[in-house]
Ligand binder design. Structure first.
Ligand code: HEC
Length: 224
């Protein structure tokens, strides 16, 4: 006779198999997670976090072109009438331009059919909450550390001098400092721009403001 704990273990395995087997037949979620890295230059899998492309967190079963808060859809995608089910995602990832001519996703498609199936399985698993996607999107700039919080920007000659909350000054040639805005929930607090980038010790960086109208008032023309 099987002891209680053993029976529990077998039951657990059976449940796990029931869960995994049909998925593996269609595409492998773990391999899909790896392959989906190629999407992450433009997409986040975190709900509501839009980048170049809309968040893919809840794409499964959704009508194309309807992610809440994403304002840059092409007319072509908005009017495509597609629902993002397995078949349409397969076709989209095979050749986006062929499925929806004139769409704005600058991506050639995935030529390899098994990899495509893996990515589609992953999209379903994330959308249905079966797996949690790592948020590889942008950092939350409301939580910037002292070394990244910009307290003053002075402009003189061809240079920007940035003071950060840790009382350090960073000087950049004006052409090497990118000025950006991020009005999303992850963007900086109003009036609290954030310094990020390829090393605050390097010769290039970017400073991100909450809104464009802050930029010219924050930057003071002042020589040291
Ligand atoms: C170069 C940037 C870029 C890459 C890389 C990219 N996408 Fe996109 N994606 C976009 C943009 C932009 C849109 C919106 C297209 C439009 O409006 O025509 C989009 C739209 C989509 C949509 C439709 C979403 C909706 O709400 O209707 C899906 C699904 C999608 N992408 C999946 C993927 C997947 C999966 C990958 C990786 C295999 C990927 N994308 C790679 C930029 C990209």
């Amino acid at each position: 006779m099987i002891q209680e704990p053993a029976r529990d273990a077998i039951a657990a395995v059976l449940v796990a198999l029931a869960f995994i087997t049909p998925v593996r037949a269609e595409g492998d979620i773990a391999r899909g997670a790896q392959a989906a890295r190629m999407c992450m230059a433009c997409h986040s899998f975190a709900p509501g976090r839009h980048m170049t492309g809309p968040s893919l967190a809840e794409v499964w079963g959704r009508k194309a072109g309807t992610a809440d808060g994403f304002t840059r859809y092409s007319d072509a995608l908005k009017h495509s009438g597609l629902i993002w089910n397995k078949q349409n995602l397969e076709a989209w990832l095979t050749n986006p331009a062929a499925l929806v001519p004139g769409n704005a996703m600058d991506f050639p498609g995935i030529a390899d059919a098994p990899t495509r199936a893996d990515v589609v399985a992953y999209l379903e698993a994330v959308s249905t909450g079966r797996v949690t996607a790592p948020d590889r999107g942008l950092p939350n700039l409301k939580k910037a550390d002292l070394a990244s919080q910009v307290t003053a920007i002075r402009y003189c000659g061809d240079a920007y001098r940035l003071t950060t909350a840790d009382r350090k000054t960073h000087t950049f040639w004006e052409f090497n400092l990118r000025i950006k805005t991020d009005g999303s929930a992850q963007g900086p607090l109003a009036g609290k721009p954030v310094l990020i980038g390829s090393g605050m010790h390097g010769d290039r960086a970017e400073v991100v403001f909450a809104r464009p109208d802050e930029i010219s008032t924050f930057i003071q023309r002042q020589c040291p």
